[in-house]
Design a protein around this ligand. Structure first.
Ligand SMILES: Nc1ncnc2c1ncn2[C@@H]1O[C@H](COP(=O)(O)OP(=O)(O)O)[C@@H](O)[C@H]1O
Ligand SMILES: [Mg+2]
Length: 332
């Protein structure tokens, strides 16, 4: 990866006395697949709209592809693609015709527009239905066509706000493949999501945002490693004396490892639990304390999120459903 293509310094966005974005700074490297991960109301959309010149910041500085967003918004707009939540396709035209028209609007010659349309339909897996009217497309197909449209002018950066929200798992995976392909073609991708597994599957770099502030940045692997490695759970029969067992196991662990005893269970972390397992089993056998169940799990981004933010991202979904979200309340 190369020099930063996006640079954000001390960005603040206030609505009246409330701040949606509270002094955030970060960079995105050219060619990166960057994920902005956070619960509803965290400030993801606000940040992205500012970067895409659709919203003005209260203070701070933002450079996109070398251009200051406030001084050179037109140059920024020429450099980026932005996939909106509302899709604006002509239903009574084919996917191919929609793309071709967009290409001409973006200033391509009709011949360039036809070539690029064909290329992109292939990339998003819509070649087979290229000449069907868009009103026959499924939701997932429309989403992919819309994405292809944002790429007609070969933007260097693509902004995507919760692109797979509301798609079924299969449509989501097809879209993921298309996004990976765009990224391989050289497009820098800036994506917001509140789906942990989406961030994990797609993004090379992540920033976790909560209440308008960035709480952690890094690769998915770095963030998980920050939790101390694999999580091992040993379940014992009620009569096993776990005090002695846990003291003895502790000797096998790394100094920074976590170990807890609760409900006839010992839970511990290890950087490479698989490699330590034979010694662990041997030690338990020496102690005559065979576990009734044993599991090793790698921490997920969900675990990272809970550790950093102190609650599950899913709890926010519940909040939305029950109407406790202040933003939702505000619209009633
Ligand atoms: N136009 C607006 N007026 C007032 N408050 C807003 C407006 N847009 C967003 N907010 C508030 O800013 C915060 C961040 O919102 P948003 O960026 O949409 O979050 P996200 O995209 O992460 O769900 C929320 O608390 C939201 O209520
Ligand atoms: Mg949003």
């Amino acid at each position: 990866m190369s020099a930063p293509i996006i640079g954000v310094e001390h960005l603040v966005k206030r609505y009246g006395s409330a701040s949606a974005v509270e002094d955030i700074s970060f960079t995105v490297a050219g060619g990166d697949f960057f994920g902005f991960l956070g619960p509803n109301g965290a400030g993801k959309t606000t940040t992205m709209r500012i970067l895409a010149t659709l919203l003005r910041p209260t203070s701070g500085s933002v450079r996109v592809a070398g251009f200051d967003i406030e001084r050179r918004p037109q140059d920024v707009r020429r450099t980026i693609g932005f996939a909106m939540q509302e899709i604006s396709l002509d239903n009574l035209a084919s996917g191919y015709e929609n793309l071709q028209l967009l290409g001409v609007l973006y200033g391509l010659s009709p011949r360039q527009a036809r070539a690029r349309a064909g290329e992109l339909l292939e990339l998003v897996g819509l070649s087979q239905v290229a000449h069907r009217w868009v009103n026959q497309y499924s939701g997932g197909m429309r989403r992919r066509l819309d994405l292809a449209g944002t790429l007609m002018h070969r933007p260097r950066i693509l902004f995507l706000d919760e692109p797979t929200q509301g798609l079924d798992p299969r449509a989501r995976r097809t879209l993921w493949d298309a996004l990976r392909e765009f990224n391989r073609e050289g497009t820098t991708i800036f994506l917001t999501t509140h789906y942990m597994e989406e961030a994990d599957a797609l993004c090379r770099t992540l920033a976790i945002i909560d209440h308008g502030q960035i709480v952690r940045q890094g690769t998915p692997a770095d963030l998980k490693a920050g939790l101390g490695g694999d999580l091992v759970t040993l379940q014992f029969a009620p009569e096993t004396g776990l005090e002695k067992v846990s003291g003895s196991i502790r000797e096998l662990l790394e100094p920074e490892a976590a170990l807890s005893v609760q409900d006839h269970q010992i839970r511990l972390t290890h950087s490479r639990a698989g490699a330590m397992l034979p010694r662990l089993i041997q030690r338990l056998s020496d102690l005559g304390a065979a576990p009734v169940a044993l599991s090793i799990a790698q921490p997920t981004l969900e675990d990272v999120f809970v550790r950093l933010v102190g609650r599950s991202i899913l709890e926010d979904d519940t909040a939305l459903v029950t109407g406790r979200d202040p933003f939702v309340e505000g619209w009633r």
